[in-house]
Design a protein around this ligand. Structure first.
Ligand SMILES: *Cc1c(COP(=O)(O)O)cnc(C)c1O
Length: 382
């Protein structure tokens, strides 16, 4: 089976993990801070917190921004459920902003309309979570301008986008956001098996995320309510979680970071080749931006909704692990039980009815890519 996404693990990655396995620390050692430093430097951001998943990173990001019951968080319907679930974990309500029909990212115009409406009803969100879908950066300048106007905080869900750039700064620089979150799941751009990271330039948010990641416990005397009883002393000052990343994962992360630029460059080569091979077919290729640099986590084509299932089935039967990203979150049964329904976000639903994610990962061979394209041609003729 040719998968839609796959990690690239080399001998150096393996040695980094083995070396860690034989070292003094399997958790809470030097490698997690080293990984955080590597990512922070790469992203040109001040603070970074490695955690056990992007889902956890989204959760501590919401908590650090003070999201609680009675608050509202907005995101896009076209994302993985975790982008919305993080707000529910905090007891907040979730709502969605429909997508731009070309980029499939959260649409600034629709955001503006919805904000006006929400302001008139006194139901403004506290936090907005734009997602750089497939790695393509959102229109962050426009989104940030609106967020400032309405005093809303921003968490960038950059699970697809490490290695990408927006306005000549790396995704993760938080130029137009309060916190940015990355995922290191094996299908994403770099991997730590499971893993995620939250980055920020704001020291108050950094302090809170450090607490929430590890039980709300601090060993820092300045954060305690009184003088430490002794050198063993720690205090729990918040209700936190155990979201820590292991040393094995961090060692793998550091090693993978060495190849991040090469991974993304290879993804661009593969996308260029798809663009070329698919250009005369009855389908819509993804938008390729010239003003920003995509992480290119996914390459999603759009086909006639009536042909999608047949094409999808033919590709799967041909050993091609195509997928669909994403089923709009508001249509999930859990979200329907909260009151959302089909028809609420027509742009997202239309996108979903036509989307297929093609294989996209650094080790995809030209032969395999040719085979995928040949089968798409066959499938479109059905
Ligand atoms: C993968 C993904 C997540 C969750 O990442 P995990 O590391 O698996 O928790 C969140 N948001 C988006 C957009 C994702 O693609």
């Amino acid at each position: 089976m040719i998968p839609y996404g796959q990690q690239d693990i080399n001998q150096q990655d393996i040695e980094a993990v083995l070396e860690t396995l034989q070292s003094d620390f399997l958790t809470q050692g030097p490698r997690v801070p080293a990984f955080e430093k590597t990512v922070a430097e790469y992203c040109q951001v001040k603070h970074a917190f490695a955690v056990n998943s992007a889902t956890s990173a989204l959760h501590i990001a919401c908590l650090a921004l003070g999201v609680e019951a009675s608050d509202i968080v907005w995101t896009t319907p076209v994302t993985f459920v975790a982008s919305a679930n993080c707000a529910l974990y905090c007891g907040a309500d979730v709502d969605f902003v429909d997508i731009n029909p070309e980029t499939f990212n959260l649409c600034p115009q629709k955001l503006e309309e919805k904000l006006k409406q929400a302001a008139s009803e006194n139901r403004l969100p506290k936090v907005l979570i734009p997602v750089h879908l497939c790695g393509l950066p959102c229109d962050m300048r426009a989104i940030k301008q609106l967020a400032d106007e309405y005093d809303i905080k921003i968490i960038e869900d950059a699970s697809h986008a490490i290695g990408g750039r927006y306005e000549d700064l790396p995704i993760g620089s938080c130029q137009y956001s309060d916190i940015t979150v990355f995922s290191f799941h094996p299908v994403k751009i770099i991997t730590t098996a499971e893993g995620g990271m939250a980055v920020t330039n704001q020291s108050d948010l950094a302090e809170k995320m450090a607490l929430y990641r590890s039980h709300g416990i601090t060993r820092e005397p300045s954060l305690m309510t009184h003088e430490p009883d002794g050198p063993w002393y720690y205090q729990q000052v918040e209700l936190g979680f155990n979201y820590r990343m292991t040393e094995l994962q961090a060692a793998l992360g550091v090693s993978q970071m060495h190849r991040l630029d090469a991974f993304v460059a290879k993804r661009h080569q593969i996308a260029d080749r798809y663009d070329d091979l698919l250009k005369n077919l009855d389908l819509t290729m993804p938008v390729r931006s010239t003003s920003s640099y995509s992480g290119l986590h996914l390459y999603v084509i759009q086909v006639d909704a009536k042909k999608r299932l047949g094409l999808f089935n033919l590709l799967r039967e041909s050993g091609i692990g195509v997928n669909v990203h994403y089923i709009p979150v508001h249509t999930q049964p859990y979200y329907r039980s909260l009151g959302f329904k089909i028809g609420d976000f027509p742009g997202s639903e239309y996108y979903y009815s036509r989307a297929i994610s093609l294989p996209m990962y650094p080790n995809l061979t030209e032969n395999d890519q040719n085979y995928v394209v040949a089968k798409i041609k066959e499938g479109l003729m059905l």
